[in-house]
Ligand binder design. Structure first.
Ligand code: ADP
Ligand code: TRP
Length: 413
């Protein structure tokens, strides 16, 4: 039913309704020529029946509607939206990855049709040495499962297992312009970090990311704040494609429960926690207890607020953010009250105590994830099975989209 609700929503002027839920019959009273044109452009093989009010041939309609459902992106069952996200295997996963991305994945898996993958092609743009890559890919898969992702519920796969992405990347590259790629914030940042390896893959990184998303026609993309610009670029490429070749690709948006995208700063308050940079100030899901304690106790603080209810500096706010994520509400409230009641010469909040408490709560949070991920990584047979299963699910969806894309472009010989 929802399939056709969505069609009505999309086209407005097309009045259609379902005669029978069982046979999926679509009946139209009035289909505008422009809409017919659009439907036909989306699938050359589609046989569209011109309808006149009062003369409904239900048998023909049934056949036609089934073909419509199979061939049109907007007619896919819309009761479960498609969700997609990826993580590069460029190092150990950290709290930023967890709270910016993976926590949302876990919550979304029951509600949506989810695709989560390891972006190993993307990692080649900055990490051409592949000695550690296999281990890293396995660790990312294991850590995702340890955080609560269920490979039976979602498609959990490796990017390079889905060659369809590379073909879509090629078509989308024709929609991407050099000037705008050069202006991308992440590109400029990487040029600064690796001036001797400004490769074309780095420049077109956002195009490959768009292909990752659009290959499953995903509409919700759970990512951290740093990915907002890439999502905007993916929407631009999808719009340009649709404009040139007909409506095939829905527009994707960054998603986070609660609206605000999350950013976890590094413990020295300089930049964000990251897999490959500033490792002594990043908390990893694989960190041992002692290492967690050490890093948190060294986190940047100051002499305390100069007046009651002061605005918190970024690095103090970050400690509270972390505490809100892993400690009880009472604990957070106690330190909030201490902070708000402090002033110069009367500092109620003791950052040393706060960090001690945070370290113990963090250990309690990370320890079971670390242990479970280690177990999974040791079970190579299980990992292989999960990876194969994920690739099969992802390829089934990707090849459906690619057929639509090829047909729309006219590459269906
Ligand atoms: P990294 O930047 O550590 O290499 P990725 O770029 O692979 O990590 O990011 C994977 C996911 O984790 C993305 O959705 C990204 O937005 C999110 N993410 C990474 N770092 C942070 C952070 N410090 N705070 C919030 N989200 C983050
Ligand atoms: N660029 C993302 C990051 O650095 C990783 C990524 C690659 C991704 N392809 C994606 C994220 C598709 C979401 C959707 O975090």
């Amino acid at each position: 039913m929802l399939i056709f609700d969505f069609l009505i929503f999309r086209t407005k002027k097309l009045t259609c309704f379902l005669l029978s839920r069982f046979t999926n019959i679509l009946a139209g009273k009035h289909i505008e020529n422009s809409i017919l044109g659009k439907l036909q452009a989306s699938s050359h093989k589609l046989q569209v029946i011109q309808l006149e009010p009062g003369k409904l041939n239900t048998r023909k309609l049934a056949a036609c509607s089934l073909r419509l459902v199979a061939s049109l992106p907007y007619l896919r069952p819309m009761n479960k939206e498609v969700v997609l996200s990826g993580i590069r295997p460029t190092g150990f996963l950290h709290l930023g990855n967890y709270f910016g991305a993976m926590r949302n994945y876990v919550r979304m898996q029951d509600e949506f049709n989810c695709y989560f993958f390891v972006a190993n092609w993307h990692s080649l743009t900055t990490h051409p040495d592949t000695k550690e890559l296999k281990n890293s890919v396995h660790r990312v898969i294991a850590e995702n499962i340890a955080c609560g992702l269920d490979p039976e519920k979602v498609a959990l796969y490796i990017q390079s297992d889905v060659p369809e992405i590379a073909e879509l990347y090629l078509y989308l590259n024709m929609m991407a312009y050099k000037g705008e790629l050069e202006k991308t914030v992440t590109f400029k940042e990487k040029v600064r970090l690796q001036p001797d390896n400004v490769n074309a893959g780095l420049l077109t990184y956002p195009v490959l990311q768009a292909a990752d998303i659009l290959i499953h026609r995903a509409v919700k993309v759970p990512v951290g704040k740093d990915q907002e610009q890439h999502l905007e670029m993916a929407r631009n490429y999808a719009e340009r494609f649709n404009h040139r070749y007909g409506d095939v690709l829905p527009l994707p948006y960054a998603f986070n429960y609660g609206g605000e995208l999350v950013k976890i700063l590094s413990l020295d308050g300089v930049g964000k926690m990251s897999k490959s940079e500033n490792q002594m100030n990043t908390l990893y899901l694989a960190d041992e207890d002692e290492s967690i304690r050490k890093k948190i106790m060294k986190a940047k603080t100051d002499q305390g607020p100069a007046e009651p209810n002061a605005v918190k500096p970024d690095y103090i706010e970050n400690l509270f953010t972390l505490m809100k994520l892993v400690s009880t509400a009472d604990t957070v409230q106690k330190f909030e009250d201490d902070f708000n009641n402090s002033s110069a010469g009367n500092c109620v909040i003791r950052y040393g105590d706060m960090k001690k408490q945070l370290a113990e709560d963090m250990i309690r949070f990370i320890q079971p994830i670390r242990a479970k991920a280690a177990d999974i990584q040791q079970n190579q047979d299980l990992l292989k099975k999960i990876i194969r299963q994920g690739a099969d699910k992802a390829r089934a969806s990707a090849s459906e989209t690619l057929t639509l894309v090829r047909t729309a472009v006219g590459m269906d010989y």
